[in-house]
Design a protein around this ligand. Structure first.
Ligand code: NAD
Length: 488
């Protein structure tokens, strides 16, 4: 059986013990993962803290840091088949998605490699002739990066890239579910030549590992992706040391189809928005709001497309929907569907777990028009379940779309440009996709509002989150300082 190791201070080491990792396609143990507890967390944070000010890292120019990130990007690209296969094996995410996503991962590292020497301070035109004043953008210190299981390589690249470009050091905590690809990433970080302690990668559980990390007094910033309840724990932990946080959380994103939309194109986007990655995507367009006049036609297209989806083993390149990552995940979905049916929702397609081994659940569509409080309409299920509500007017669509505490993404399908602009302005979400869905780029900020989080990943702004501003005043006059009792 394969065993993985932690990566701490430039060494591959065992943890306090081991925990089993299940293959979601069979439900059987396939590997053993190292468990980091307090001792290992402390060692990792101490290593990152020492590396932060050691000359091997602190003495590097920004351009040199960028070169290390370029090297990491190349290594990720070279190792793509192994990384994608590991992610598929350990999380059940289909290989056609993991192998495509790994190309994005390399692109994110390249984007931040190029950005490293473009994080600039500013010269300030102060109204004092004997002063030169400027700002420096300095790294905040040790970053704790915590990710969930659904896209660990991608979600860690959007944290490691800007943090390292800015000059921070990092302790990256993999999820307890499916940590294999991140532990493997340690080998590439090591090979890229980052000095020991700059990047440390650990795996472990929330209470024994994540909570210890977020409370550590040497952690300056926590970049967290996960659920809103866990985020509240993270923020409480951060508050003990006044560490800053950036939070990328879940969603219940509306996907709005007006009666003038190109229905075929909208249906493909909706299928991608809810059934790709088996629905385990933070930006899943899990609430379809469809205008009454096209509801039946649109649902008929969706039903046909859903019926044609190939559900099979995730390591088969032709598979479109694979297993969910955990049995817990599948059982939560089953319970939510039962409760929704009791609340008046109707199953249009799917709704029952598939027989056999593994954590499979079929693409499911629920009509919730008469069940406004159904769990599958309100809660983030993180699975292949689409909840549908019909609307009559634009105002009603907007009211339904914004009737949630989440605010990550929204999709709008219409050919009416002025209506699209009105929707863009009034939708409460961090990302609005018009006539498209689930598109990302390292150049474009990504994040949400409300229960969907705070801060943005991607783009220049994300790198600035890992910096702090130092203002420098330099007096250029040799004359004695005038009246010391007056503030200059
Ligand atoms: P989770 O919140 O249960 O776990 C996320 C991480 O937090 C894991 O590594 C876990 O070990 C750790 N953790 C748990 N308790 C902790 C604690 N007390 N202190 C510190 N760390 C702790 O999330 P999950 O179920 O693994 O993932 C699914 C969630 O992630 C969904 O809500 C999904 O929407 C969200 N997500 C968001 C984005 C985004 O970018 N907005 C992307 C992917 C997933």
């Amino acid at each position: 059986m394969e065993r993985f190791q932690l990566y701490i201070n430039g060494e591959f080491v065992d943890g306090a013990g081991w925990f089993d990792s299940l293959d979601p396609a069979s439900g059987r143990v396939w590997a053993q993962m190292p468990e980091a507890r307090e001792t290992e967390v402390n060692r990792a944070v101490d290593a990152a803290h020492a590396a932060f000010s050691a000359p091997a890292w602190a003495g590097l120019t920004a351009t040199a840091r960028g070169k290390l990130l370029y090297r990491l990007a190349d290594l990720v690209q070279e190792a793509a088949p192994r990384l994608a296969a590991l992610e598929t094996r350990d999380t059940g995410k289909v290989i056609r998605e993991t192998s495509a996503q790994i190309a994005y991962v390399a692109e994110y590292y390249r984007y931040y490699a190029g950005l490293a020497d473009k994080i600039e301070g500013a010269h300030l035109p102060i109204d004092k002739p004997d002063m030169e004043v400027w700002t420096r953008r300095e790294p905040v210190g040790v970053v704790a990066a915590i990710v969930p299981w659904n896209s660990q390589l991608f979600l860690s690249a959007v944290k490691l890239g800007p943090a390292l470009a800015a000059g921070c050091t990092v302790v990256l905590k993999a999820s307890e579910d499916g940590p294999a690809p991140l532990l493997e990433l340690g080998r590439l970080v090591d090979k890229a030549g980052f000095p020991a302690g700059v990047v440390n990668i650990i795996s472990g559980f929330g209470a024994q590992c994540g909570a210890v990390l977020t409370r550590h007094r040497k952690v300056a910033h926590i970049a967290f992706t996960g659920g809103p309840e866990t985020a509240a724990h993270v923020v409480r932990g951060a508050a003990e040391n006044l560490a800053t946080t950036s939070l990328e959380l879940g969603g219940k994103s509306p996907f709005i189809v007006f009666d003038d939309a190109d229905l075929d194109s909208a249906a493909n986007a909706q299928i991608s928005g809810i059934f790709a990655a088996t629905g385990q995507s933070c930006v899943a367009g899990s609430r379809l709001l469809v205008q009454q006049g096209v509801k039946d036609r649109f649902l008929a297209i969706l039903r046909d497309k859903a019926a044609a989806i190939r559900i099979a083993a995730p390591d088969d390149m032709t598979t479109e929907v694979g297993p969910l990552c955990t049995a817990r995940q599948r059982d939560g979905i089953i319970a939510a569907i039962r409760a929704s049916i009791d609340a008046g929702a109707k199953v249009i397609t799917g709704g029952q777990p598939l027989a056999g081994d593994g954590f499979y659940f079929p693409p499911t569509i629920m009509d919730c028009t008469d069940a406004p409080d159904a769990d599958c309409l309100r809660k983030e299920l993180f699975g292949p379940v689409l909840s549908v509500v019909a609307f009559e007017t634009e105002e009603q669509a907007l009211q339904l779309a914004n009737d949630t505490q989440y605010g990550l993404a929204a999709g709008v399908f219409t050919k009416d440009l002025t209506r699209a602009h009105r929707m863009i302005r009034q939708l409460r979400a961090g990302i609005v996709w018009v006539n498209t869905y689930r598109a990302v780029s390292p150049i474009a900020p990504f994040g949400g509002v409300g229960l969907s989080g705070q801060g943005r990943e991607g783009g220049l702004a994300a790198a600035l989150d890992y910096t702090t501003v130092k203002t420098v005043w330099l007096r250029t006059s040799d004359d004695p300082i005038p009246d010391p009792f007056i503030m200059r």
